[in-house]
Ligand binder design. Sequence first.
Ligand code: GDP
Length: 330
Amino acid sequence: MAPMTVAQMGAKIATGDRRALARAITLIESSRPDHRTQALDLLADVTGAGRQALRIGLSGTPGVGKSTFIESFGLMLTGQGLRVAVLAVDPSSARSGGSILGDKTRMERLSRDPLAFIRPSPSQTHLGGVARRTREAVSLCEAAGFDVILIETVGVGQSETLVAEMVDLFVLLMAPAGGDELQGVKRGIMEMADLILVNKADGDLRAAAMRTVADYAGALHLLRKRPYDPPKFPKALPVSAIEQAGMEAAWADMQALAQWRRDQGHFVRRRAEQARHWFETEVREGLLAQLTADPDLRAKMADLGAQVAEGRAAPTAAAAEVLSVLPKLS
Ligand code: GDP
């Protein structure tokens, strides 16, 4: 690969060049210190370009139809001339090193569409690393002029919370179920959802899907009304990713919700809160990384951790002992 300066890369990304975007994401995924420096320069370069995409989080358990839905929904959007980026936050990649999400072979037609860009989840050692890379990739995709950014994640809890903190809308994809199965959805996840799409509303599963939609609509209705929701939201809708049915209706609701939040000022406020949250997370994690980079201190933390676990030391006092190595800033 011919070397490209950060400025050249930034300029190419601004023209919407997908290869430059892919290379830039590879750069931000690298943990090499010199790459990190370049990545930060690049991000500074593209920040504030004023381009804004609609960021949509999409979650659901394996097998519910996420990749089929993204293919179907994405093609509907590109059919309208919109540019769509698909990113993934895959908690399993942190453990296995492999990725089950955002895999191009799972979205074959969309991956060939010139208006689409698909990037699988990176294999990182921890979810925090995947989250950082995804946030940074979102900024790059916005700079590249994408209209919609879909962030796919798998429904297991922690990764959903991370994704919810980087998107404008959160969509939960569910399968048709019996009434008793509905209980299995964690309340916290329901509370995050702006839209619940019950997939596979086709063929033999259609009747069950319609009942499930009614069950979720009832459950959502019981949740406390959120200040950033217009009437009738959060909502449950039936879709069939395979038959490409319900895609327009789902998109119309997403747009209506986003527009309402823009008009009410919630959209901008939420993004500001999210940016602040990620800034504070970076400071906290950066501090911890600096502390644990020192082998002596790392050993000391392990020792104090064991003492705390055994009840021989108090957590606050042990933490104060670790933090005492920091220079006093005032
Ligand atoms: P993911 O693991 O959530 O990404 O799920 P996939 O998109 O790989 O789909 C899992 C299975 O469900 C596949 O066999 C799909 O063909 C099937 N599937 C996905 N969407 C639909 C749908 O709308 N209707 C029906 N009947 N099956 C679907």
